[in-house]
Design a protein around this ligand. Structure first.
Ligand SMILES: CC(C)(COP(=O)(O)OP(=O)(O)OC[C@H]1O[C@@H](n2cnc3c(N)ncnc32)[C@H](O)[C@@H]1OP(=O)(O)O)[C@@H](O)C(=O)NCCC(=O)NCCS
Length: 159
């Protein structure tokens, strides 16, 4: 079976149910205590200043990225996921590359947090050039840390 080439486009409210289905009951968020009500609030337009992107290779959306601009001389990637059935096909790398193009067009850094127990996502970000710059212990739940990762194109100012 041939697949359609993936399309990356802005998130729209019609994507919300597919994105909530992609996130609900799934780690790392289940382990961190996120609920469907949280996703419904977060994904209700106008996204409170965030930018949303989805990737789709058919309908419905197969991945989501939510970006919060203007964080530590860069952008903060607040939510990033590819649907369980669409992983390991390069969609994550493609969506992340699109987020990076937008972020690095306006600033020098892109930050993301990843849970210490989320080994597959840690490997994914490392392979895509992210380095750990901080450890936020017990940030969401006791006994687990959020690791702050950074990808940079260099210092913000020339000296
Ligand atoms: C982490 C995540 C976003 C990666 O998305 P993905 O679409 O699977 O990412 P890719 O397909 O680009 O890469 C994943 C792996 O598949 C491999 N891959 C990519 N295309 C492939 C292909 N055609 N055939 C085989 N393997 C492939 C990549 O080399 C990569 O390997 P690695 O994990 O050893 O680095 C996804 O697994 C996910 O949503 N996880 C759950 C939510 C999560 O943890 N989000 C991050 C929170 S901070």
């Amino acid at each position: 079976m041939t697949r359609e080439a993936p399309v990356i486009r802005p998130y729209v409210v019609d994507d919300r149910d597919a994105v909530i289905a992609m996130l609900s009951g799934r780690d790392p968020w289940q382990r961190l205590g996120y609920t469907v009500e949280h996703w419904q609030r977060l994904l209700a337009p106008p996204l409170s200043g965030r930018e949303g992107w989805v990737i789709a290779d058919g309908a419905p959306a197969a991945g989501i990225a939510l970006v919060r601009p203007s964080f530590l001389l860069g952008d903060y990637l607040e939510l990033f996921a590819i649907a369980s059935g669409a992983q390991h096909r390069g969609l994550g790398r493609a969506l992340l590359a699109a987020v990076e193009r937008a972020a690095f067009a306006r600033a020098r850094n892109l930050f993301v947090c990843v849970s210490d127990f989320n080994h597959s996502a840690r490997r994914f970000y490392a392979r895509n050039g992210y380095q750990q710059v901080g450890t936020l212990s017990d940030l969401l739940v006791a006994g687990s840390a959020e690791l702050l990762l950074r990808k940079t194109t260099g210092p913000a100012r020339a000296t």
